[in-house]
Design a protein around this ligand. Structure first.
Ligand code: SF4
Length: 328
């Protein structure tokens, strides 16, 4: 029996290098060895984007195309859309009953996002309850493993706490899912912060060669290296971080050249941009070919929903039975 894995992405349009190295690469590897369920988290997108839902459909299609072009294979994993799984909201309702407000308010990512996002927009019941929805996504398919980054561990801990509490109140019903911690290299954005759409500092997986070159040219480098003959400090340079991933064969030489002021930042950046573009070329070609079949994504999502809905219904029936819901 293969262990069951679940992971979801909010549909936010085209994916970037941070997505690929952060989780997508792990998902592609896991489909070879585990029973994998990967979903488009469109309900999660509402927690911060409920005011404008006009892009939900397009972004879902774009993201699934990116997944497929990157290497997810519907023959090896199940790809579905969260809002097609009708049992999730009822499970959320039961979990809401056993989750305290304080536990949700103390979640570090909740506090951090309240600070970073417009508090008037995200001061909602749905935004606070996001980890409960996540718990239902995971437990509705009885997942045993969840690939996460360090920053998502508190959310997964809430899922584990909900599973423990439910099991202790109503009898053993859910597994207590374990994290698969990402070993992904750090992928900084062009401004040195975490690569993210909200910071507009990203390189998309399907960016054209020239766009990649222009974005890499804008990257933050060693601030002390103002002139070509100033000696550099690669350990503080964002470009050097990406060299570790995309140009590992030149890393040692570049370090010497940078420290000795033997190369300029523009040449260094152009070499990086060239290697990123070469690496992404097969992705771009596959994506162009996949996008020629407009029905493919719909068919994959329908097949995914047909497979997941019976699993989710069975899980919900088990939870209802344990809670004596509907009993006479
Ligand atoms: S030469 Fe390269 S590694 Fe050194 S500071 Fe310039 S961009 Fe960074």
């Amino acid at each position: 029996m293969k262990e069951r894995v679940v992971s979801g992405y909010r549909p936010s349009g085209r994916l970037h290098l941070g997505h690929y190295h952060g989780n997508l690469k792990t998902m592609i590897d896991l489909q070879e060895t585990h029973e994998c369920y990967f979903f488009v988290a469109d309900w999660h997108a509402l927690t911060t984007g409920y005011r404008d839902t006009s892009t939900l459909g397009t972004y879902t299609t774009e993201m699934v195309l990116d997944w497929l072009a990157a290497g997810l294979d519907p023959e090896k994993c199940t790809i579905y859309r969260q809002s097609d799984i009708h049992s999730i909201p009822e499970l959320v309702l039961y979990f809401n009953m056993i989750m305290s407000l304080g536990e949700l308010e103390r979640c570090p990512t909740y506090k951090e996002q309240l600070r970073e996002l417009d508090a008037r927009v995200v001061n909602t019941y749905g935004f606070l309850g996001y980890p409960v929805l996540m718990a239902a996504d995971i437990l509705i398919v009885d997942a045993e493993l969840v690939p996460v980054g360090e920053d998502q561990l508190p959310h997964l801990e809430i899922t584990r706490e909900i599973a423990r509490r439910f099991n202790s109140l109503y009898g053993k019903t859910f597994p207590e899912p374990q994290p698969i911690l990402s070993k992904a290299p750090k992928i900084p954005g062009t401004d040195g912060r975490k690569m993210s759409k909200s910071y507009n500092n990203y390189v998309q997986l399907d960016d054209a060669t020239e766009d990649i070159r222009l974005k890499v040219r804008k990257m933050i480098t060693d601030p002390a290296r103002k002139r070509r003959n100033d000696k550099g400090h690669p350990e503080v340079c964002t470009v050097f971080e990406l060299y570790k991933v995309y140009v590992p064969d030149r890393l040692a030489d570049l370090e010497k050249e940078c420290r000795g002021a033997l190369t300029g930042c523009t040449d260094c950046k152009d070499e990086l941009a060239k290697r990123i573009a070469e690496d992404l070329l097969p992705f771009r070609e596959r994506r162009e070919s996949l996008a020629r079949d407009p029905d493919a994504v719909r068919e994959i999502l329908e097949a995914g929903a047909s497979k997941v809905n019976p699993i989710a219904s069975e899980c919900l029936a088990r939870a209802r039975l344990a809670m004596k819901i509907g009993a006479l």
